[in-house]
Structure formats: C-alpha cells, structure tokens
Design a protein around this ligand. Structure first.
Ligand code: PAF
Length: 279
C-alpha cells in the first residue's frame, strides 16, 4: 500500500495502473475509520483491481468550526486498517494541497439538497460537492463507494455527477450496524456510556415502524417514530421525514413513490446521529 500526499504523484501512479487496463475504485472518507468504512473498502477491493481510499477532513463541508477542529484525526491507525483491507493507495492530502486557492464554486444541486440536511447545515452539501468533484477529477475512478447511512449525501453526489457529466458509477452500500442495531458512525465515540446505552433505540424504533408502514398513514408513522424517541430523556428528534428515495422529496401518501425511505436525525445529548430505513 502506498500513502500519497500530492495529487500529481497520485495521478501518475494511477495513470500507470490504467495503462495496464486496471479498473480504479475510490472510497472517499474523512478518516477515523470504522467497520462501516471497511465494508466500503471491501466492496471496492472486490470490484476493482485498484482500490484508492482518500482520507481528508474537508473544511468546506463543516458549518461548525468546533466540529471541524475536534473531528478525530487518526491517519496512522487508518492506514493500518486500510493495508489489512487490501487498499492499494491512500490519498491523504493537506488542506493546501486540496485547496491551493479558495474553492468558490457554487453548486446548484436542486431539490435533493433543499430538504432535510440541506437547510439545517447551510453550505454542507456544497462543500461535499466541491471535495468529491475534486477527488473525482484527481482519481478518475470507474466506481466510487458511499455508505447509505448518509442517504441524502448519495443523492447529492449523484446529482453533482449528473451535472458535471463525470464518467463514474456511484455505488451505494448498506448501513453497517453494531450488534445492538446502532448505525456505525465516527460520532458514536462521542456518546457518554449512558447515551450509548440509549442510542440503539433509534434503530429499534425505525425497525418497529416497518410493521406500521403502508397500513397506517405516513403522518401516523412519523408521529409514532417521533413520539417514541422524544419520550426518551436523552433524545430529541431534529427531523424525521419519509421521502421518495429517488428524489428525497417528502411524501404525504405511500402511493406517491415505489421507494419510500424514512430519514431521521436525532440529538442524543450533544451528539447528532443519523439513520434511515427503507419501507
Ligand atoms: O461522508 C463523508 O465522510 C464525507 O462527506 C465525504 C464523502 C468523504 C466527503 O468529504
């Protein structure tokens, strides 16, 4: 495994791989890797002769300075995991390398970015589109792998790829969970032991709501989920929307889509956790 900090160097390595007819897969990450990331790497290694993993805490997608400053940075441990997982190249650039000058691009990502996380994290999806498009220009991957925990992010990346006409296939990979159901996330380590004990209630409640879906109205299912979680003293639902999984637009009636997905963000104490379920 080769760790590269400079984009020109990575481009040269990958041009040589491509010359030999090899396919290149990319897993974009912000490091602090856990089993969720490793499931993406595994899939990337299985489907491509060359697996590239980027490790870069992207400042342009953080709208909270404190969150950016305290984001865990564990490159050495990440590299050990990636080597064992069969990754060929780790791309770990500095901020100056990725942004030699400020990225002033404004993406107009349309309705997929205007709901749920969009208005609640102003600039976040624009920052994601900036960094992922840069990574796609540098790596020119055949396929790129994203986890479905960030369900809306995948729709945003697909829209960016569509607008820029980039020749990359976006592969969505299932959420990985702890044995008790909690969706894996780099933020889970910030939970206190008490909050960690309660956090699986999110996944359990979503799972329970499966039985109600399509029998009860959309409104009733939403109420069931919000009430069950808000009844817990350490939880506060920020939003729970049932959306068309293709367009991210909230639905009012099950008949509006063949792909209903419930997307939730819950504060568990100070920690913002997200999860989703396909109905
Ligand atoms: O999902 C993430 O970790 C980040 O948003 C991504 C896709 C690596 C871009 O910085």
């Amino acid at each position: 495994m080769i760790v590269v900090e400079k984009k020109q160097e990575l481009k040269e390595y990958l041009a040589a791989e491509r010359q030999q007819g090899k396919h290149i897969g990319l897993v974009p990450t912000m490091g602090a890797l856990h089993a969720g990331h490793l499931s993406l790497v595994k899939r990337c290694v299985e489907e491509n002769e060359v697996c590239v993993v980027s490790v870069f805490v992207n400042p342009t997608q953080f709208n909270d300075k404190h969150d950016l400053e305290t984001y865990p940075r564990t490159l050495e441990a990440d590299c050990a995991l990636l080597e064992a997982a069969g990754c060929a190249y780790v791309f770990a650039p500095s901020v100056e390398e990725m942004y030699p000058e400020p990225d002033t691009r404004q993406f107009h990502l349309g309705p997929v970015a205007e709901v749920m996380e969009g208005p609640r994290r102003p600039g976040h999806f624009n920052g994601v589109a900036q960094v992922v498009s840069k990574l796609f220009y540098i790596v020119e991957p055949d396929k790129a792998y994203f986890g479905e925990k960030d369900f809306q992010q995948i729709a945003v990346v697909r829209e960016m790829v569509r607008q820029l006409e980039l020749p990359v296939e976006i592969v969505a990979c299932p959420i990985q969970r702890e044995a008790d159901g909690l969706a894996l996330s780099s933020r889970n380590v910030r939970l206190t032991p008490e909050q960690r004990k309660e956090a699986p209630l999110i996944a359990h409640t979503l799972q329970e709501s499966l039985a109600l879906a399509k029998k009860e109205t959309v409104e009733e299912v939403k109420r069931f989920v919000c009430d069950a979680l808000n009844a817990n003293p350490v939880m506060e639902v920020e939003y729970f929307e049932i959306v068309d999984g293709h367009t991210m637009q909230p639905i009012a009636d099950w008949k509006e889509t063949d792909y209903p997905v419930g997307c939730i963000t819950v504060y568990c104490g100070e920690v913002r956790l997200i999860d989703n379920i396909k109905y």
